[in-house]
Ligand binder design. Structure first.
Ligand SMILES: Nc1nc2c(c(=O)[nH]1)N[C@H]1C(S)=C(S)[C@@H](COP(=O)(O)O)O[C@H]1N2
Ligand SMILES: [Mo]
Length: 530
């Protein structure tokens, strides 16, 4: 009897111990997850207070994105579309939460083992922030404070867990556990609230958005030439001739939009110049500004793609600033840098010739939207964005192509990036069913800074038929075109080709976007029903 009772008791204890250990492990993991997320939140909040470029999450994410081979990156972007950044940040947080869970279990087994994991987090954040944002001393406190906060919270929670476990048997069992769970829940709640605050701060970048809204842009000294009558083809399904800011494509490596205080923003002109210059936004806005329509395009725009947009930009010609700085002999490149360290290498000659390359402050009558480079970006007619359109601009450094390279050059993209002449069919949409008779085709064509001379279509590789070309706003913008073609029922392949104002047709040979822009005719299938 005694023996049986003893056996029962000890087996019950064993089960309880096992259950306690498992429950304990789960709680330790939960402690670790809460601590790791808390560390991230502390880092983001501190960065929010100090400077957005200090955000460890953005820096590590940016470094990860940089490390992706160009092909994989393009693939991820096309896979996730515009949600790619949200998906990416969520993925990072899941990994951080999982590693945190592991840190919790380690810390429960061995004091400071989990804290060591937090220290590694801090170190990774520190290295990423320093290497990306080009900040040195200012960068140190943020990831360190974040890691320290995570380690301290973890130690505190695990000690609480262990104390409760040791007082488990004699005193009423519930009390201790509830205490630990309450502490854990409280930490999680505080972390969540702070996280939401940090997220709101980041997402809305509230103060800067307000500053942006309050910013009064001066009128242009030289207004944009009027849009000629008939420049906009009225055909259902055509894109607007001037792209609204909200629909404008966005391409950049910034995981979190850099948030720059317009009151403290400065632009420095450095490097091979006789006169270094530093100017602030008030200085810039006091200059005689010009306003121009310019169509900018991404080198990653596939044939028929939509990484292209046309806006009315307000700004000061870059050549005016450069002439004040007096570039030295031998300088042939301007390396423009953004607040987050991204760079573009632009030929000096393109910035000093007669084209309207500007330091832009306005986009379609508003200050630049935050995601399009507020407060100042470069806009250069005729060059792909990756070698010219630096957003969140902070520095122009005069240098040589022989000595320097922009961000994308060592990553498989060409050193020079003039935009290639191209054309696109927007109406009817690829694969769309239309009725037999006269089918209206419409679209756009562009050859920035040269201008479009003619646009032609051909059906099933037959003879080229010339489309009606609408007047462009200027040589620096895209042109719309349309053509009615009579088609009987059946399936057709329709292609478009543009020729620039020098008589140079766009390249026919299909080539991928890397290294310097796609070529080939945009080709669509049209199903004509009776
Ligand atoms: N700071 C910064 N500026 C940048 C980039 C970037 O990654 N970072 N990308 C460039 C590229 S590749 C393009 S195509 C244009 C796109 O400008 P948009 O987002 O305003 O359309 O911005 C350019 N300016
Ligand atoms: Mo781009």
């Amino acid at each position: 009897m005694d023996e049986t009772a003893d056996d029962g008791a000890s087996s019950g204890t064993r089960h309880r111990t096992l259950r306690a250990a498992q429950g304990g492990r789960f709680r330790a993991a939960a402690s670790g997850t809460v601590s790791a997320v808390a560390a991230v939140v502390v880092g983001e909040l501190l960065a929010g207070l100090l400077s957005p470029s200090l955000s460890p999450l953005a820096a590590v994410g940016g470094a990860l994105i940089d490390a992706l081979p160009p092909g994989v990156k393009e693939w991820a972007v096309s896979l996730f579309g515009t949600a790619d950044k949200t998906v990416f940040v969520t993925g990072m947080l899941i990994v951080i939460a999982a590693v945190g869970g592991l840190a919790g279990i380690l810390e429960q087994r061995r004091r400071f083992a989990g804290a060591a994991v937090m220290a590694v987090f801090g170190l990774v954040g520190l290295v990423a922030v320093i290497t990306r944002a080009q900040v040195t001393f200012g960068a140190v406190p943020v990831p360190l404070a974040a890691a320290l906060a995570g380690a301290l919270l973890l130690r505190f929670l695990i000690r609480r867990l262990q104390e409760d476990a040791s007082t488990d048997a004699p005193v009423p069992t519930g009390t201790g556990r509830r205490t630990f769970l309450q502490v854990l829940a409280a930490s999680a709640a505080v972390t969540a609230v702070a996280g939401i605050l940090a997220g709101v701060w980041r997402g809305a970048a509230a103060g800067i958005s307000t500053a942006r809204e309050k910013l009064k842009l001066p009128a242009a000294d030289s207004a944009a030439p009027a849009i000629p009558a008939g420049a906009e083809v009225s055909l259902d399904g055509m894109q607007p001739l001037v792209t609204p800011n909200n629909d404008f494509y966005r391409i950049d490596t910034a995981l979190i939009v850099p948030v720059i205080d317009p009151d403290t923003w400065t632009l420095r002109v450095t490097g091979m110049v006789d006169q270094e210059i530093e100017l602030n936004l008030a200085d810039l806005l006091a200059k005689p500004l010009i306003e121009r329509h310019v169509t900018i395009a991404c080198v990653s725009n596939e044939v028929g793609g939509d990484l292209i947009g046309n806006a009315r930009w307000l700004g000061w010609p870059v050549r005016e600033l450069l002439s004040m700085a007096r570039p030295q002999a031998g300088a042939d490149m301007v390396l423009s840098r953004s607040s987050d360290g991204w760079t573009a290498g632009t030929p000096l000659e393109v910035l000093t010739d007669t084209r309207d390359a500007i330091l832009a402050v306005g986009m379609n009558g508003e200050p630049l939207p935050l995601e399009h480079g507020f407060p100042v970006r470069m806009i250069v007619p005729g060059l792909y964005g990756y070698v010219s359109a630096t957003k969140w601009l902070t520095e122009l450094r005069l240098t040589k192509f022989a000595n320097d390279e922009g961000y994308w050059t060592p990553r498989g993209w060409s050193e020079r990036g003039p935009i290639k002449t191209a054309s696109r069919i927007d109406v009817p949409r690829q694969g769309k069913r239309v009725s037999a008779g006269t089918v209206q085709f419409g679209g756009v064509a562009w050859a920035q800074h040269t201008g479009i001379g003619k646009v032609e279509l051909r059906v099933n590789r037959g003879t080229w038929q010339q489309a009606d070309l609408a007047p462009g706003i200027s040589r620096d913008t895209w042109y719309q075109w349309q053509l009615g073609i009579t088609l009987s029922p059946g399936q057709y392949e329709v292609q478009v080709r543009a020729t620039d104002l020098n008589g140079e047709p766009q390249a026919e040979e299909p080539r991928p976007v890397a290294p310097d822009g796609a070529t080939g005719f945009h080709t669509i299938r049209v199903d004509v029903s009776p």
